[in-house]
Design a protein around this ligand. Sequence first.
Ligand code: LLP
Length: 421
Amino acid sequence: MDHFLYKDGVLHAEDVPLAEIAAAVGTPFYVYSTATLERHFRLFDEALAGMDHLVCYAMKAASNVAILKTLARLGAGMDVVSGGEYMRAKAAGVPGERIVFSGVGKTRDEMRLALAGGIRQFNVESEPEMEALSAVAVELGVIAPITVRVNPDVDARTHAKIATGKSENKFGIPIARAREVYRLAADLPGLEAIGIDVHIGSQLTDLEPFRMAYAKVAELTGVLRADGHDIRRLDLGGGLGIPYSRSNEAPPLPTEYGALIRETLGHLGCEIEIEPGRLIAGNAGLMVSEVIYVKSGEGRDFLILDGAMNDLIRPAMYDAWHDIVPVIEPEPGAEQRPYDIVGPVCESGDTFAKQRMMPQLEAGDLVAFRSAGAYGAVMSSEYNTRPLIPEVLVNGHEFAVIRARPSFDEMINRDTIPEWL
Ligand code: LLP
């Protein structure tokens, strides 16, 4: 069910016309649909029904506290990868026992923060990290629950920059070394190894890599149990992909993914944890931008938008495709023409799409980037001293600004001038 539809000729977020939000907050902005966030969370939750499970939203995808609260009130846990994300999860009211700490380079300060505030488990990625966590836990007089993230050496068949499960990637410990690493965990004070963690990559559009990785985890569970470790929780990571274009074949659904989990791991009697990010937030958000100029170049026309690569970096960084649609519905059968769609930032990489077929547009028209809810606002920057753009959350007929656009003064006054100047 798509909650971004044309109604009366205008693209809406649920029941709110995007032109109304643009008039209220200015462009560019991000807008999220509560109904979509909720629906996507429930799809995963229901896909694992009947198994002891927790869906821990990978909040790196979209971490506004209002989004976290929307999910937390449905019972979501959170997958965090930094002290800042941990604090955001706490600010959203998520209890420590529903927060999982992932990431290849947790600092001792981050470990202290999470151990003091409460944590479900740390997903540990190396022996040095394990030794550091052991020392911090002993210092605080607590036991840190851990899983070890194993690298199953599986090709996730996704973009190289977001594949994480091959042996050459920096993530996890080689699965072949798992037994010795769990032995180390059992020997170190302050740690309790309760499970296994795996995450092989993001934007997976095929279930086979998951199947291969989860089969290896199932086998390892048996081996570690035989070694005397009480493996009772399996964290299976995130990574299920989304359709970025309505013309492409759709990736597998959460129900199919849930069935695969049941099939490969259901017999082990473990509690299942998953960490989806993109599928929950990606198609729950749009970026809306205004055409500033239409410029005729050599053999091509440029749509110059007020949104830029600093606001949505995915096209520049991963050559990612986002559907870009006019906010005012084109007449049926309206003529389409190719445009290069670019932002105002001073580099050629600030290009969202080349020779994209669009109905004719003019300065002042609004366009919406679809599938921009995940890895959109969170990856934005102030490059070119462009203020971070506002985030808006829609819920039925209502909308609220959930992060305001900072003023120039707010941006500039964060800089401090040394006394010698
Ligand atoms: N768990 C771990 C340990 C992860 O590293 C990630 C994503 C997830 C869960 C969530 O994966 P998802 O369900 O969202 O695929 N910026 C890139 C994506 C980077 C993903 C990083 N890790 C992009 O815009 O495509």
